[in-house]
Write a protein that binds this ligand. Structure first.
Ligand code: FNR
Length: 387
């Protein structure tokens, strides 16, 4: 369809189909502050770069004459079939990228059969996103920045459960924000602004402690700061604390930010349903390994006991195939979808997802695979080209 529109209609896409040009296009279209918040990484961005370099070290080995003219991209995750292995990663404060914000992305993801993950620091309420998900028949997961207060945790999880969010993604790598010079140099703290009204501030557990007029701007700021402090004071949590979390959430729980085999084994020991091999897109600990570099080891150690997912650095259909070949069941996409949102609102986010799905489908066919289950270590080879 994308080819045909160009060939016969001379219709040029609004969002570039070239993943390597997406960032530049977003830079030109977006406010500097919004763009910097997406494109930035921690420290000297060496982990962010390592995420991409890790992908370049793996090459696919194509097969021929395998009847791969028709492909089935579907996967089963936590007992549910989804038509493709793509999930939108949780991204906070999307209102600073475009007014369509997260609720718009949730809507277009549902239209494409892509699972949407809502961030605790989302720009819309849990109820608003839940409603759109139900109306559009989309699958939605909820990401938790694990608050210090059990009351707030229980309240957030009860609301998410009530709204039909199926899976809980607990982010472990962000009990404080990473050292992000691109934001620090602009004195930019997105969370306080982003929490203006619809999000944490609206949580009933929070209102308890702040029984003043919710429309008073001073109150909004106080509640936002208190909310942020509570969320980022969660560093006292331990593996044992996961037991408590299980009391509040009876559905599948995934731990996000796993980079070590030992932690993946602990996740299994503590009864976690999944691990998301991720380094937050290189936004937290700079100097850490590229996320893909840890995937194969982790999948080998725990892949038969828990569901292994992957993110950090995926840009193309071939990247998705590489992650699946190295043991991930599905992958999450962060920045590219946000660049699409910044360039052209929810239609732009949708285009980015469509192109990625089309690229994946075509790459699978060209490599001779009829479905994602056929991918494995035999599908790829590690090669270090000089330079
Ligand atoms: C994120 N990420 C993130 N993760 C999370 O658990 N909660 C959040 O609120 C956010 N917020 C957020 C904002 C922005 C602007 C970015 C770019 C990322 C991390 C995200 O879920 C994911 O791990 C990475 O984005 C994956 O790496 P790529 O695809 O961006 O390379």
């Amino acid at each position: 369809e994308i080819y045909k529109r160009g060939m016969f209609g001379n219709v040029k896409p609004t969002v570039t189909t070239d993943p390597s040009k997406l960032e530049q296009q977003a830079k030109e279209a977006m406010s500097q502050r919004g763009f910097n918040y997406i494109a930035g990484g921690a420290g000297e961005r060496s982990t962010m770069e390592a995420n991409r370099l890790a992908f370049r070290q793996w090459k696919l080995v194509p097969r021929m004459l395998r009847g791969a003219a028709q492909r089935d991209l579907s996967v089963e995750l936590f007992g549910e079939k989804q038509p493709n292995p793509i999930i939108v990663a949780p991204v906070g404060v999307q209102e600073i990228f475009h007014e369509d914000k997260d609720v718009g992305v949730a809507e277009v993801a549902a239209e494409l059969g892509v699972t949407f993950t809502m961030s605790t620091a989302g720009s819309s309420s849990i109820e608003h996103i839940g409603k759109v998900g139900r109306e559009k028949g989309g699958r939605q997961w909820f990401q938790l920045y694990w608050p210090k207060s059990d009351d707030v945790t229980a309240s957030l999880l009860n609301r998410a459960k009530r709204e039909g969010f199926k899976v809980l993604v607990v982010t472990l790598d962000t009990w404080t924000l990473g050292w992000r010079p691109w934001d620090l140099d602009h004195a930019y703290v997105p969370f306080v602004k982003g929490l203006g009204c619809e999000v944490g501030f609206s949580d009933p557990a929070f209102r308890k402690g702040y029984g003043k007029d919710p429309r008073d701007p001073k109150h909004v700021t106080e509640a936002s700061i208190a909310w942020t402090t509570d969320i980022f004071d969660g560093m006292g949590h331990t593996w044992e604390s996961l037991k408590l979390l299980k009391q509040y959430w009876d559905g599948p729980i995934i731990l996000k930010g796993i980079q070590s085999v030992d932690d993946a084994k602990l996740a299994v020991q503590y009864g976690m349903d999944g691990v998301l091999v991720s380094n937050h897109g290189g936004r937290q600990l700079d100097g850490a390994v590229g996320s893909l570099d840890m995937l194969a080891e982790i999948a080998e150690a725990v892949g038969d006991k828990t569901t292994v997912l992957f993110d950090s650095g995926i840009r193309t259909g071939a990247d998705v195939m590489k992650a699946l070949a190295l043991g991930a069941k599905a992958v999450l996409i962060g920045r590219p979808v946000m660049y699409g949102l910044g360039i052209a609102g929810k239609a732009g986010a949708k285009d980015v997802m469509r192109y990625l799905l089309a690229d994946l489908d075509q790459s699978m066919g060209l490599a001779g695979y009829k479905n994602v289950h056929e991918l494995g270590p035999h599908s790829i080879r590690r090669i270090q080209y000089p330079g």
